[in-house]
Ligand binder design. Structure first.
Ligand SMILES: *Cc1c(COP(=O)(O)O)cnc(C)c1O
Length: 358
């Protein structure tokens, strides 16, 4: 049976470390939980350590508590006409790009007697989504007339579609852009949600200008920034692992090399994860093939494996996201006393530095 091992202490540590680094830059971090399938325990833990706003791409995963008005759920994907009511009822803030959707959200918010906050997403150079830069002024002028909508600010995104990294020059030009939109519309933006984990490398060495929020998923759960796919050395890269068990060990023939090797069958397959994105923790093990629910592993020269032994894998983004969305895979939540102690060292920082809700 495949199993996910979710180390809540390591995720907590990563969250604290990232928050600490970003708050020194005047940037608020919004954890994005879509790549962990909106896991409830993870979301609760993040709320517990002070992240009042959590972002998700699925409405069904939102866990805002009605009784705590400071807690918010942010919807980071556009909405279809039939989802408008749910977006207004389940999320308090969302990222939008289409005026007809914003208009519909406004009408629904007015009908429900609430105000829905939005960021207007601007397509800078990723090409996936967002208003085109030349239509932003016009859109902002229309949005601020809507009674049910509060325009919190602008949002940007990088490296979701086109692999073009954000640079220091982008920051400069984004500042010019934001300020010219403000000048032309008379609106002062409260929040500039600058992007995702691909902005972390820039955030480490340069001032992010008007950007005062980042939406962080992958780095938090995998310990990698996503511009250059660099390991962030101060983060855990093994907070969430997948394991399976050995069902069979037999000698097999490598047809190409005409050599015998010991092959184990492990009960993790294409139905459980993206096989291309998993890597055995024990580096001498080699995945030689897969089927819908089994992996074939070359055990190398090791002779100590037995039937029933657990083999553990590290996960890339796709493998992590897919496995965490699989309801049939049981999750083993781990808390680590040693790491919790390290985290206590952050408590002072946490007290001082969590940027206030705006
Ligand atoms: C997924 C997503 C994020 C988070 O991206 P990571 O690379 O996981 O940090 C941020 N913003 C939007 C709009 C997203 O869809």
């Amino acid at each position: 049976m495949p199993q996910l091992h979710v180390n809540l202490s390591k995720i907590k540590y990563n969250a604290m470390a990232l928050q600490h680094m970003l708050s020194a830059q005047g940037v608020r971090m919004i954890p994005v939980t879509k790549c962990v399938g909106g896991d409830i325990k993870v979301r609760e833990m993040l709320r517990d350590i002070g992240f009042s706003t959590l972002a998700e791409s699925r409405l069904s995963k939102m866990t805002h508590h009605q009784k705590q008005p400071t807690q918010q759920d942010m919807m980071i994907k556009g909405a279809l006409p039939n989802e408008i009511e749910d977006v207004v009822l389940k999320s308090q803030v969302s990222i939008q790009t289409e005026f007809s959707t914003i208009q519909a959200l406004n009408d629904m918010a007015v009908q429900k007697g609430v105000k829905h906050a939005i960021y207007l997403m601007v397509d800078w150079k990723d090409g996936r989504e967002g208003a085109l830069t030349y239509e932003v002024v016009h859109l902002v002028k229309k949005i601020i007339k809507l009674k049910g909508i509060y325009l919190k600010g602008l949002a940007f995104n990088f490296m979701c579609f086109r692999p073009i990294q954000p640079t220091e020059e982008d920051i400069v030009y984004m500042n010019y852009f934001i300020e010219s939109v403000e000048r032309d519309t008379g609106v002062r933006f409260n929040s500039i949600s600058g992007g995702n984990s691909s902005l972390l490398t820039l955030a480490m060495y340069t001032d992010l200008g008007r950007i005062n929020e980042l939406r962080i998923g992958e780095a938090l759960f995998r310990g990698y920034e996503t511009s250059y796919n660099m390991r962030l050395p101060y983060l855990y890269d093994d907070a969430i692992l997948l394991s399976g068990r050995i069902l069979e060990i037999k000698p097999r023939l490598d047809i190409e090399k005409r050599q015998a090797y010991m092959q184990a069958i492990v009960d993790v397959g294409q139905l459980d994860t993206v096989i291309d994105g998993i890597q055995p923790i024990e580096s001498h093990l080699k995945i030689v093939g897969s089927s819908s629910d089994a992996l074939m592993i070359d055990l190398g020269h090791s002779d100590y494996y037995q039937i029933g032994d657990e083999i553990t894998f590290q996960l890339n983004y796709s493998s992590l996201a897919q496995s965490m969305h699989m309801p049939h895979i049981p999750k083993n939540y781990i808390e680590d006393k040693g790491i919790e102690q390290l985290i206590n060292g952050f408590v002072e920082i946490k007290k001082n530095n969590f940027i206030k809700q705006s």
